[in-house]
Design a protein around this ligand. Structure first.
Ligand code: TYD
Ligand code: MG
Length: 445
């Protein structure tokens, strides 16, 4: 007797499986995300045929064909450009400039002779055209589609060479339940769009909204479905926008794209080091310059520290641009390895320009800024610091130190304090190798 298949209900958001129908997912607590799943065997009438696997060496590999987006900063983050059939998800806060960036990319590609289609569920064709005029876009090859029916629009996409869907949360498919933007609908829309992109082999970008927590709205499976996830971010008060890859099946996720929002749309920032640092010929105590690396791009970071005597037994440790734990660790190293005490002081650290430093090679600059503030003695303003600091007070080498040195030399620094464990060859800049943090303190005395 054929085995009777059992109905299963799966959460479109977290994947929790239940054998009974429930309104609220017991796994993630979301309402209306449980949908009935047809077991594979039931769908195929109980007959399942074994698939054939193939050896990895026997699989044909097509040469990687990159299609330039025409925007250098975007190409850098993508790893060289769009991939035919590759699906990219671009997330970001409302108003950060996602639609602007994609419309500009469409125009650049159209200028290169490609036919592009911009599907919008958020704005009317009139609004898009108005924005296009403002951006100076008058390309004939950019077509707009602003209708509610996504499947028919995806059919129209055949014959185009680049497709934008703005946004994945604004469309609704009949096959899923819920309103547009609900986890089930987002999954249905994204999988249909990704399927269309793969079958026609055109690069496709989907715009995704993000939640208050800064994550892409919708089920986590959305990010698994696509090949590349890009995040576009920027402070409301600043004109600068940062583009990073959260996931990239075709390239690195370390690269950073930097743009400036202007009246004529987004323009690339050509010399990003100058965003976070401005040359000064006056030394101030508590200021030290580090050279950090974002992917393959060196960026100067101005670390500022301020220490202030406090009568309270628990001094404050406040940091902006670095983690407070890192600040506490480096203060402990300075105390135990170099005898620089900060117990009776509140200590504040800030990285100028709103930059957030992850790179461990900025440790030496942070220590230099802290020591300079605690001793109230300025470090020379033509000196930069590159190296990671260990708990024993040793200065460890930084990665790609020659790239960092080249950037420091280009911006006119006269001296660089680096780890003596791998001294780089650099011309135009004096290199001072140190193996311990105490040697660095001798230099900036
Ligand atoms: P938009 O691309 O609509 O953002 P998103 O699609 O991420 O929601 O960008 C809207 C913002 O960008 C809006 O606040 C105005 C600003 N902007 C400019 O400053 N200059 C421009 O040329 C354009 C088109 C937009
Ligand atoms: Mg938009």
């Amino acid at each position: 007797m054929a085995k009777k298949s059992v109905a299963r209900f799966r959460c479109a958001d977290c994947g929790y499986v239940s054998l009974t129908q429930v309104g609220r997912c017991p796994g993630c607590g979301e309402w209306g995300t449980m949908t009935e799943e047809t077991p594979l065997e039931a769908a195929r009438g109980g007959i399942v045929q074994a698939s054939r696997a193939s050896a990895i060496s026997s699989v044909d590999v097509l040469p990687e064909a990159r299609i330039s987006s025409g925007i250098g900063e975007l190409d850098r983050v993508l790893g060289g450009g769009w991939i035919p059939g590759g699906v990219v998800l671009l997330g970001g806060e409302p108003g950060v400039g996602k639609s602007t960036l994609l419309l500009q990319a469409c125009a650049c590609m159209a200028r290169a002779g490609r036919r592009v289609l911009y599907i919008s569920g958020e704005e009317s064709a009139g609004q898009l055209a108005m924005r296009g005029r403002r951006l100076g876009i008058s390309e004939r090859n950019v077509d707009l589609l602003c209708e509610p029916d996504l499947p028919s629009m995806l059919e129209t996409a055949r014959g185009y060479e680049f497709l934008v869907i703005d946004s994945v949360q604004s469309f609704r498919m009949d096959e899923g339940s819920g309103w547009a933007g609900s986890p089930g609908q987002v999954r249905a829309v994204a999988s249909r769009a990704a399927e269309a992109a793969k079958s026609v082999g055109i690069p496709t970008v989907m715009v995704g909204h993000i939640t208050k927590q800064g994550q892409i709205a919708g089920p986590k499976t959305l990010e698994h479905m696509v090949d590349v996830v890009l995040l576009f971010s920027g402070e409301r008060t600043s004109r600068h926008r940062l583009l990073r890859a959260e996931k990239n099946r075709y390239g690195s996720t370390d690269e950073l794209g930097i743009f400036e929002m202007t009246e004529q749309g987004l323009s690339p920032v050509v010399d990003p080091s100058r965003l976070y640092w401005s040359a000064s010929d006056q030394s101030a105590s508590g200021v030290a310059i580090g050279v950090t690396l974002e992917g393959s791009r060196p960026l100067l970071a101005e670390v500022q520290a301020l220490s202030c005597a406090t009568p309270f037994p628990y001094p404050k440790r406040t940091a902006r641009g670095i983690e407070v734990n890192r600040l506490q660790l480096l203060l402990a190293v300075l105390e135990r390895r170099c005898g620089i005490f900060s117990r009776s002081c509140d200590v504040y650290v800030n990285v100028a320009g709103g930059m957030a430093i992850q790179d461990p090679a900025a440790d030496l600059a942070i220590c230099a800024a802290l020591a300079s503030s605690l001793r109230d003695s300025p470090a020379a303003c033509d000196t930069c610091f590159i190296g990671e600091v260990g708990l024993a007070g040793e200065v460890r080498p930084a990665s790609q130190v020659h790239l960092r040195m080249r950037e420091a030399a280009r911006l006119g620094f006269g001296r660089a304090v680096v780890s003596s464990f791998n001294l780089p060859d650099a011309s135009g800049i004096e290199i001072m190798g140190v193996s311990a943090i105490s040697q660095m303190l001798e230099i900036i005395k």
